[in-house]
Ligand binder design. Sequence first.
Ligand code: GDP
Ligand code: MN
Length: 399
Amino acid sequence: MKIHEYQGRDLLASYGVPVPAASVIESIEDAATTYKRVTSEAGTDLAVIKAQVHAGGRGKAGFVKLVRSPEEATEAAKFMLSNKMVSVQTGPDGLEVTKLLVAAGVDIAHEYYLAITTDRATRKNVLIASAEGGVEIEKVAEENPDAIIKTPIHPLIGLQPHQAREVAFRLGFKGKQVGQAVKAMMALSQLFVEKDCSLAEINPLIVTPSTGDAPDGQVLAIDAKFTFDDNATFRHKDIAGLFDPAEENPAELRAQRFGLSYIALDGNIGCLVNGAGLAMATMDTIKHYGGEPANFLDVGGSATEEAVTEAFRIILSDHAVKGIMVNIFGGIMDCAVIAQGIVNAAKEVGFKVPLVVRLEGNNVEAGRAILKEASASLSTLQAAEDLADAGEKVVKAVG
Ligand code: GDP
Ligand code: MN
């Protein structure tokens, strides 16, 4: 599960990592007044308007804008709320933006990268840090991997202060900055473990220029990105409460509610299958005969008629679907349940597209009998002998 930057900033602040003051808006009209309030409280005229979406690369896409007046704030808000954001992380269709962060702007002397994630190779969590943080971090990782410091974290004792200090020195922090950077790393590590994160990232962590009050500048987080382990959100009500359904694929959300695993893909053949392995084999078979699957939908081992009907509704809600292949190997799953689900869906939504069904296993005779009896209302139905036959038939049917 991902959260928004503004939520991540609050989380960082609650662990003692300083972040500039900010406010969330959802309308262009609120931009000017919020700009005035946030900047006057911070004693600056600089603010940053930032699109709140579950994807990075906003800076390069023009969805992080520095502004110095209410007019500029309004203009930036207008642009971001009326255009889809397309970045390297969003795919070509981009994402709609409905929330903006209006943050007090800060002057930056240097940008650092700081993250914790799990390193599968060493089977440990790892602190990743770089003195070359900012919007080019992917390029740095690719072209200059030596500029990235990786520190393994002991699974029992966690990140140790001496490790954080060493990283801070290697990053080039000076004077009072060292303690502040160490504090940020220790806090990030504590947060990572306590909240069951799979990624906790601050990019950039910055140092502000030297001032009279703070000759060494100040270490601040000005971006925050968190991903949480879905299998652990049940024990973090606070984190689960940050879930934003608007950022999820609506069909995938509906599927989740019925205990279905649904993933939308780019092709035009909808698949309804039981078991992830069988779903893979089904997609391979479709591709083997020259077709492209429109989705991966696993109804699982013990779906109800209701869930199967919902599964068809979800598949048919994708207008790219030009044919459906049902491939059920009934072990625990009762073939009659699937057959009844097909009949229900046919009554309710109708199948205007070709439907190829391969049923095998538990109670298959009853399943076939149900389909046969309903065949008058299922004119697009074709029964298949086996997996290969089903793949061939459905690809042929969609042309
Ligand atoms: P991302 O591109 O989605 O990761 O968005 P970020 O929040 O990291 O912002 C991108 C870049 O905008 C940062 O790397 C900074 O260079 C710049 N930026 C963001 N906030 C400020 C700010 O308050 N002051 C200044 N000077 N630059 C900022
Ligand atoms: Mn960033």
